[in-house]
Unconditional design. Structure first.
Length: 286
């Protein structure tokens, strides 16, 4: 932990208990109260113990109740600590008493999990978790799963989907996000007469996540028995298009159990062919 002063050296708090309420053991934050002997507690606990007439710890009589401790308030308003997600890229140093609020409400660097074994409903054989860039390096290096990166500025991108996990990286075109990358996981599963693909956006769990829609387009000439050449015309041409809001997940809860795109196997030339899908990303404010 360090002082909030940029000119002061880093200071270590040997006992974090001194920064916590002696009753509820939560981090102290202003207003802070104390007894005549200096035992401190938070404002909610002070209100609850007001009628006791004595200190909760030492028992000293307090006819006037607990008194404000401005010195301790200055201390807790100067103690900062690294975010516990610093290994995943967070550089914030919130106040010690505001750390929980930072982690739950504003930190965008929660780790994302490797999806290995999640599709089978088993405990993940791979326990990797990390930032989005680290996860991308991991899925390619450790598992060899394909990843397609859209060309920056392109309105859409063709993605060759194999059976299993496929990753797709796109960019934001919004000026305020400066080309931020978006990571999507396509999971392709074969069923008796079709291939089905689920799509999820891989991102940390934070309340303020920009809503994104995807448009998936699949088109292919139908395969007709006895035909040696492809007939591409209105009679034999097939096209599917679906637009939907993408769910977000850090993959800690596994994979979705629903599919956004289902394609009949008779629309593919060969059982071993990749399924080619055109992906378009749309940002929405609602």
């Amino acid at each position: 932990m360090a002082s909030s002063s940029s000119s002061a050296p880093d200071l270590t708090v040997a006992d974090e208990d001194v920064l916590e309420c002696g009753v509820c053991f939560l981090p102290l934050k202003p207003p802070i109260f104390q007894c005549a002997r200096g035992h401190v507690l938070c404002s909610p606990c002070s209100d609850k113990l007001r009628d006791a007439g004595k200190c909760h710890l030492c028992g000293v009589a307090m006819p006037g109740g607990y008194q404000r401790c401005h010195a301790m308030e200055r201390v807790v308003d100067s103690v900062r600590t690294p975010c516990p997600r610093a290994p995943y890229g967070c550089e914030a140093r919130p106040l010690y008493h505001a750390l929980q609020d930072h982690v739950l409400a504003s930190c965008a660097h929660a780790p994302c999990h490797c999806p290995a074994a999640a599709a089978a409903g088993e405990p993940a054989a791979c326990g990797f978790k990390g930032s989005i860039p680290a996860l991308l390096d991991h899925v390619g290096g450790a598992h060899g799963w394909p990843c397609t990166t859209a060309r920056y500025g392109a309105p859409s991108c063709s993605v060759h989907l194999r059976d299993g996990f496929n990753f797709f990286v796109s960019h934001s075109h919004n000026v305020d996000e400066h080309g931020r990358r978006y990571l999507y996981l396509f999971n392709v599963v074969r069923h008796g007469f079709c291939r089905a693909a689920s799509v999820i956006r891989v991102c940390p769990r934070v309340p303020a996540v920009k809503r994104v829609k995807l448009v998936l387009s699949f088109s292919y000439p139908k395969k007709r028995e006895g035909m040696n050449e492809t007939l591409v015309n209105d009679q034999f041409f097939h096209e599917q298009r679906i637009e939907f809001r993408v769910a977000c997940s850090d993959l800690s809860d596994g994979l979705p159990d629903s599919y956004q795109l289902i394609v009949s196997k008779y629309l593919l030339r060969d059982d071993d062919d990749d399924m080619v899908v055109v992906v378009k990303q749309i940002f929405s404010s609602v």
